[in-house]
Design a protein around this ligand. Structure first.
Ligand code: MN
Ligand code: MN
Length: 268
């Protein structure tokens, strides 16, 4: 294996959730699930993530409250990317992704985004808030922070969000047209933003917005494993421990974290 390593950062911010809070307490729950004695710490391809030289939890970012958090997350992400590490950010709700991308963009001006979600997150604003967790992809595309945005698993398109997708050139792989998940090929650095509600709530009930008809855990893992591109960072967002059943969604998040980490470590 190469000398690359993964650094995990908790981003405990859920003030921008439009329906229900709780994601702020997710990062440590996912880390605990990863370390649970019921499972080992290898990816399906056999890459061990057990040693801290390979994968280490750097704790949660110190965040204040209010809109200044947007700047705090951006600044933290910029310095993490400048250090040349491979970060996985554990949210928090999906509002964290806009400032994360804004920070990473300084090191990766030609960044692509692969976005898994039930929702396109392209609202111009929600209840007057342009930093809502329903808006991050609109902000990212408006500011031209992504070369390509490919959104997979979408099943909640409104007319407004469809016109936003057209305006910004978002590539939508929605559930209604998804028969088998196509191989996704990216040129240049790739960031994976994984909203856990892309999964059917039968597989991941510990989220705030239950949207039936989503991907199976197996389908999502297969898409991640088959992505062609150099993944330089990722986030896993919207885990809400207060909606979970027996920590089962925390285990799903930890499993997806292992597969994302293996992907990042195994690429040339
Ligand atoms: Mn989302
Ligand atoms: Mn969502």
């Amino acid at each position: 294996m190469s000398s690359k390593s993964i650094e995990l950062y908790g981003v405990p911010w859920d003030e921008k959730s439009s329906f229900m809070r709780g994601c702020r307490d997710a990062p440590h729950k996912i880390w605990d699930a990863f370390n649970c004695e019921s499972a080992n710490r290898c990816s399906e391809s056999g890459i061990s993530l057990a040693k801290s030289e390979v994968l280490r939890f750097q704790g949660t970012l110190p965040l204040a409250s209010g809109n200044q958090v947007v700047k705090e997350i951006e600044t933290a992400a910029a310095s993490i990317a400048a250090a040349g590490t491979l970060p996985i950010f554990l949210g928090g709700d999906h509002a964290i992704t806009y400032p994360l991308i804004k920070g990473l963009h300084r090191s990766y001006p030609d960044l692509n985004i692969l976005h898994f979600d039930a929702h396109p997150d392209l609202y111009d604003e929600i209840h007057g808030d342009r930093f809502s967790h329903g808006c991050p992809m609109a902000r990212i595309m408006e500011e031209k922070l992504a070369t390509r945005l490919v959104s997979v698993g979408i099943r909640t398109m409104t007319p407004h969000q469809r016109s936003q997708a057209d305006l910004f050139g978002v590539e939508i792989v929605d559930m209604i047209s998804l028969v088998s998940t196509p191989p996704l090929i990216f040129e240049g650095p790739l960031y994976v933003s994984l909203d856990l509600d892309v999964l059917d709530p039968a597989f991941a009930p510990g989220i705030s917005h239950h949207e039936p008809g989503g991907l199976t855990t197996r389908e999502l893992i297969r898409v991640i494993q088959n992505v062609q591109g150099a993944v330089v960072g990722a986030d896993i967002v919207e885990y809400n421990p207060y909606r979970d059943i027996q920590n089962m969604t925390a285990m799903v998040a930890a499993k997806l974290m292992k597969e994302l980490a293996a992907k990042m470590l195994s690429q040339p």
